[in-house]
Design a protein around this ligand. Structure first.
Ligand SMILES: Nc1ncnc2c1ncn2[C@@H]1O[C@H](COP(=O)(O)OP(=O)(O)OP(=O)(O)O)[C@@H](O)[C@H]1O
Length: 258
């Protein structure tokens, strides 16, 4: 992203963000509520047009690609999860193949194998014939993740993907992201999950990137106090060695800026 600015009704909420997501790496966006994480991601999956600045994919301005073309490159798990599709689980996942099909073209064996594999990866194979609208929040989340996998994108954009998931499914989802080795841009509220899964982190505050680096570089007690207004100790995780952030849940520190 180059000089990315996002505005709603003339109010700027992302102001001049420059950000690079390296190929095959997991790039994390963290920051307080309202800091602009979703707004940045929405420009990447083209739900929003930047007010100024550009989103480049291998040097090509995404805005110059047709929607179908960019959908072959970029798949998203957005925060707005759409309505209750009157579709089965399998049909929702098969929607991921749409950017590759001509109008009215049916599924071929290749599509069917990709859809089956995507369902398998999120552990939803046995739910394939159920109505999507009848699933729990976490199950829907996993089905929508399978749809992005079926889309076979170069770039995966995920806005708070662990929302609604129990801890086991959070761990599975993060492991799945790691195993993909795709260029991934993800917003996360769980700083410990971000520390464990992301190669690089960018911290947003009031629409600006205020820190960037590897998780150990970024996730310091000073930054956590400054940006989130919470006291924390950062220690090495006894099992993995990743930074482990132990919050002081008894009190906040200075209120974070608006
Ligand atoms: N559709 C919209 N219309 C108007 N303002 C919006 C819209 N979506 C977001 N905003 C505003 O833009 C700012 C950034 O919001 P955004 O959702 O990008 O932040 P976020 O960091 O993803 O927040 P959260 O952690 O709460 O999901 C906020 O002030 C929010 O109120």
């Amino acid at each position: 992203m180059e000089g990315l600015r996002v505005a709603y009704d003339g109010r700027t909420v992302v102001c001049g963000v420059d950000l690079f997501a390296a190929p095959g790496e997991i790039t994390g966006l963290i920051g307080p509520n309202g800091s602009g994480k979703s707004s940045v991601l929405r420009t990447v999956y083209r739900h929003l047009r930047p007010a100024s600045g550009r989103v480049l994919l291998d040097g090509t301005d995404l805005a110059t690609l047709s929607p179908a073309r960019s959908a072959r490159h970029v798949a998203a798990l957005p925060q707005e999860r759409g309505g209750d599709f009157e579709l089965t689980v399998r049909e929702v996942v098969a929607m991921g193949r749409t950017p590759y099909k001509r109008a009215f073209a049916g599924e071929d064996d290749g599509d069917r194998a990709i859809v089956a594999d995507a369902l398998d990866r999120v552990g939803m194979t046995r739910h394939g014939t159920r109505a999507f609208s009848a699933l729990s929040g976490g199950e829907r989340q996993r089905v929508l993740l399978a749809r992005t996998l079926a889309q076979d994108p170069d770039v995966l954009v995920l806005d708070e993907p662990t929302n609604h998931l129990d801890v086991r499914h959070q761990v599975e989802l993060l492991a799945l992201l790691r195993a993909q080795h795709r260029t991934t841009l993800v917003s996360l509220h769980d700083l410990n999950a971000a520390a464990s899964v992301c190669d690089r982190l960018h911290v947003l505050r009031a629409g600006e990137v205020v820190a960037s680096g590897t998780p150990p570089e970024v996730l310091t007690p000073a930054l956590i106090a400054d940006v989130f207004g919470v006291r924390a100790a950062v220690i090495g995780h006894p099992l993995t060695g990743d930074p482990l952030i132990a919050f002081d849940h008894t009190a906040t520190v200075a209120a974070p800026p608006p």
